[in-house]
Ligand binder design. Structure first.
Ligand SMILES: NC(=O)C1=CN([C@@H]2O[C@H](COP(=O)(O)OP(=O)(O)OC[C@H]3O[C@@H](n4cnc5c(N)ncnc54)[C@H](O)[C@@H]3O)[C@@H](O)[C@H]2O)C=CC1
Ligand SMILES: [Mg+2]
Ligand SMILES: [Mg+2]
Ligand SMILES: [Mg+2]
Ligand SMILES: [Zn+2]
Length: 474
């Protein structure tokens, strides 16, 4: 591979701008060619190749060829042109990635397909590694088996509700009851633990009209256990969640314990274990839905709780909600995009500050998905609204249930195609490009970090970490 020193020109491999004058005509031609490939200008790429065939496999900054640049932005027409001229698909950039790796990474399946057909047998360990290492987010662990089919089995639910083996977790105004007693907590484990109650402790509360009960699921079994109680034939341990809007302390029959109700989101719930945080994500969102949707949203009538707490049925016989699928009858989830925007040059990321953040904190931009909008478009719209930056390719990384009250955070990486920041000044008071090194210093808690990241339990933290863990210049 022939490397020309185009980095001396300040060539920006994604937006294709030149920040200083090229030093030789040959270098100028290369800059123009790579710029055309990254913008998807197939006609320019074709005509330049006719006149200067040497351009086909030449690389610019950090070893990026025209094929890699076109692959990063999903420009299949340019990729086809380059392949038809016999370009070398096995070349790697200075981070060791082929054009195929880059296309796969950014989710351009059609381009990856074109490239893999042209080169079967290629080894793409880098991408497999990145995918395997997608973070597990706090609140996202499925600790219980939901057993959705049991929600309509009233007889089974009632037997489990009375069973001495069933576990109840209690919420007061959506704040869960926890304990911080040392004997309940393992060494090096979480700081607080959910207080698991039995039916005899919550009997009085269950009888009160303001109490909501939700069937969460059963404890996961490695192998079927023997029946644990007489009459309890399947031996499954069921978990229920209870919420009450009156202080339940006097109704609780707890022996000598120091329990308290913990308020979300921080730092309270973040002190739970991953397993219990997963249970809370499910329980709190469903209970919050009950507390906000007591009446039928379609006709305003009273509703009845059904299906183990997973449905509210309108009591008015001729309500339209009895026909068809009515999303007013089932628990709600609000999708939110949250994205780490990467500078076109690959080595900086965009983080912003909401006015409400504590001093020094910078985080990923985020926003609610609007009706009729896809994930990628929501990412592009929210980033432009909040920071003025335009976004090109978007890649999904991982998601996080966020039970305050019921969001699903959809975590993405996004490549910027412009660099000038102009914050909205309303929601976001400041946004900045931070270098990889600045971010690494923050993650390693260096002596003078440039900013403060949200804690590891926030998906924003995990997205930033994921980017740092990837090879540079994707
Ligand atoms: N887990 C994490 O790392 C992070 C989580 N978040 C969460 O993401 C959510 C959305 O982020 P924002 O920047 O606030 O969104 P945003 O940028 O869309 O702005 C919020 C505003 O959008 C409007 N809005 C539109 N649809 C809405 C809906 N379905 N529910 C509520 N408001 C709606 C409201 O006026 C609200 O004030 C927040 O709830 C926040 O708690 C935000 C950043 C990090
Ligand atoms: Mg926002
Ligand atoms: Mg916004
Ligand atoms: Mg918004
Ligand atoms: Zn109704």
């Amino acid at each position: 591979m022939r490397d020309l020193p185009v980095h001396t020109l300040g060539y920006d491999s994604c937006v294709g701008t030149m920040t200083s004058v090229a030093t030789s005509p040959k270098e100028q031609i290369l800059v123009r060619f790579l710029d055309g490939a990254s913008r998807g200008d197939g006609a320019l790429v074709s005509s330049m190749l006719l006149q200067a065939g040497f351009l086909l496999n030449v690389s610019g900054d950090d070893g990026w060829t025209a094929l890699m640049l076109a692959a990063r932005s999903g420009h299949s027409e340019v990729v086809k042109v380059l392949l038809s001229k016999g370009c070398d698909t096995s070349l790697v950039n200075k981070s060791g990635q082929t054009a195929y790796d880059i296309a796969r990474f950014w989710g351009h399946k059609h381009v990856a397909g074109l490239l893999s057909n042209s080169k079967p047998g290629d080894d793409h360990q880098f991408l497999d590694k990145v995918e395997a290492e997608a973070p597990e987010n706090f609140f996202s662990r499925e600790s219980l088996d939901r057993r959705c089919e049991r929600r309509t089995d009233g007889k089974w639910l009632e037997a489990k509700r009375r069973s001495p083996d069933s576990v109840y977790i209690l919420f007061f105004n959506l704040n869960p009851l926890v304990t911080s007693e040392a004997e309940e907590l393992g060494v090096g484990g979480p700081d607080i633990k959910l207080r698991r109650l039995r039916v005899q402790s919550v009997q009085d509360l269950l009888a009160k009209p303001g109490t909501t009960l939700v069937f969460l699921g059963v404890e996961k079994q490695v192998s079927p256990p023997p029946p644990s109680s007489p009459g309890d034939e399947d031996g499954l341990t069921v978990w229920f969640a209870l919420n009450t809007d009156e202080d339940p302390t006097e109704h609780l029959k707890l022996s000598g314990s120091s329990c308290f109700f913990v308020k979300p989101p921080m730092p309270g719930l973040f002190a739970l274990s991953e397993e219990e945080a997963g249970v809370i994500a499910q329980a709190r969102s469903v209970l919050a839905w009950h507390s906000r949707y007591s009446f039928c949203p379609t006709c305003g009538s009273k509703t009845r709780v059904d299906e183990g707490g997973y449905k509210r049925t309108c009591m008015k016989e001729d309500c339209p909600s009895h026909h068809g699928v009515h999303n007013t009858c089932y628990p709600r989830v609000d999708p939110v995009v949250i994205m780490l925007v990467i500078h076109p040059g690959g080595n900086q990321c965009l983080l912003g500050r909401k006015k409400t953040f504590p001093p020094g904190i910078f985080s990923c931009l985020a926003g609610f998905i609007e009706p009729g909008e896809g994930i990628e478009d929501a990412v592009r719209r929210e980033v432009e609204e909040e920071s003025g930056i335009k976004v090109g390719p978007v890649r999904y990384i991982s998601s996080q249930p966020w039970p305050m009250p019921s969001s699903l955070m959809i975590g993405c990486l996004a490549v910027a195609v412009s660099t000038e920041i102009k914050v909205d000044g309303n929601e976001i008071e400041e946004a900045r490009w931070f270098t990889r090194q600045q971010v690494i210093d923050v993650l390693r808690r260096g002596s003078e970090p440039a900013f403060v990241l949200p804690p590891r339990q926030a998906i924003a933290h995990q997205l930033v970490k994921h980017w740092i863990g990837m090879n540079a210049n994707l």
